[in-house]
Design a protein around this ligand. Structure first.
Ligand code: GLA
Length: 386
């Protein structure tokens, strides 16, 4: 029995009726880290790992949610949403909260969800929960919300209810992902372009450090503030700029003396990363994975040295493959302070690379590395039901 069938069977046993089934994927980000909330460019893709929702409406205001993988249940009322220390229910309640605030006509629902997106690995299991539920409610209650508005509601759920000031990338790719396509999102105009990513001899391999340092969310919000501070300083010389997206390396250099070294390095990273995304897209158009990979390595260096969101474990994983001729590129991925590195590796070298990396990582940190060989899949879809 596959994961979707299992989730559906648990729903049937628990709620005794036929649910709608929705698949909501995790994501990778090929390049463009911490650029989304600076209104720059990102290049994510939806993956083959996903969360499955079996869900059906109720006639009252109550929501029963069952988290299969955590073996937990939570009940809440759509007209009385209170943040909980239980963690995952906040993502669901956050979405309901947004839909209620936008005056959509909702009822309660019964819902069972579970899947194979590892939690805390930086593959956006939280966005899969938010955007998956937003998509399901849209269908189930026929709300006629357009896809971009769904994305925004899911992001706001995380900003306002969960309290992480995340950008729009994760929820966006969750809804707009397509098989074998990376998606370049312009996070200022919110326009997007698909870039075919089909390289039969190369695989996207994720090495999960299996650490997730507790400072991740506080440091994330702090980086946002530091960037805002940087923008305020740059504005003194260039009043017309609205975000780091509008800043060039030359402009930044002119402002360096007005900034603390830390703020300067944060801004420098973002400005350079934005230009790397554009170069990476140009490389993809030419099928040039070698140049693409070099940009990934540079992205890691910047994240580690200038933006300071990496950690010893991720730096070590990167250093192990950095000079491996079978690895085109490697970098830490997502918010940072743990989770996975993303690596582009020749198929024939995957096994040997995985073995070496696993051994070295174990020896140094006494942690069993996890490896996922992923492929690029579809964004959130209705599997059956309404
Ligand atoms: C998290 C956030 C995204 C993005 C990345 C860093 O995944 O949810 O919005 O900022 O970190 O690129």
């Amino acid at each position: 029995m596959n994961l979707a069938e299992r989730v559906e069977e648990i729903f049937n046993a628990r709620f005794h009726r036929q649910p709608m089934l929705v698949r909501s994927p995790g994501r990778v980000n090929l390049i463009g880290e911490h650029t989304d909330y600076n209104l720059g460019f990102v290049l994510p893709a939806a993956i083959d790992k996903a969360m499955y929702f079996a869900i059906a409406p109720r006639t009252d205001q109550v929501c029963h949610a069952v988290a299969v993988d955590m073996k937990e249940e939570y009940t809440f009322a759509i007209d009385n949403l209170q943040k909980t220390s239980a963690g995952w229910p906040n993502y669901l309640m956050g979405v309901v909260d947004q839909l209620m605030k936008a005056h959509y006509s909702l009822q309660g629902f019964d819902c069972v969800f579970g899947g194979d997106i590892p939690i805390g690995a930086g593959l956006s299991s939280s966005a899969a929960l938010e955007a998956g539920l937003a998509f399901a409610c849209n269908r189930m209650f026929q709300l006629k919300i357009d896809p971009l508005a769904l994305v925004k509601a899911a992001q706001k759920a995380e900003n306002e209810f969960v309290g992480l000031q995340c950008g729009i990338m994760d929820q966006y790719i969750n809804i707009f992902g397509q098989p074998e396509q990376a998606l370049r999102i312009d996070c200022r105009s919110l326009e997007f372009t698909y870039y075919p990513f089909h390289h039969p001899r190369v695989a996207i391999v994720l090495f999960n450090s299996c650490v997730s340092h507790s400072l991740a969310s506080s440091e994330y919000n702090r980086r946002r503030e530091e960037c805002t501070e940087g923008v305020a300083m740059i504005k003194q010389l260039f009043p017309y700029i609205a975000s780091l997206r509008d800043v060039s390396s030359e402009m930044l250099k002119e402002c360096q003396s007005k900034m603390t070294p830390v703020i300067y390095r944060r801004c420098k990273y973002v400005v350079e990363e934005n230009s790397r995304v554009l170069k990476a897209c140009a490389a993809l158009e030419k099928n040039d994975l070698t140049s693409f990979g070099v940009l990934m390595h540079q992205s890691h260096e910047g994240l580690s040295r200038d933006y300071e969101v990496s950690c010893t474990e991720l730096d070590f994983l990167h250093s192990l493959v950095e000079h491996n001729p079978h690895v085109y590129g490697s970098r830490m991925m997502g918010g940072g302070f743990g989770g996975c590195t993303i690596n582009l590796i020749d198929h024939e070298a995957i096994e040997a690379t995985q073995r070496t990396v696993t051994e070295h990582y174990k020896r140094k940190f006494h942690i069993d590395l996890k490896t996922y060989i992923t492929s690029i899949g579809a964004g959130t879809t209705l599997m059956h039901g309404q």
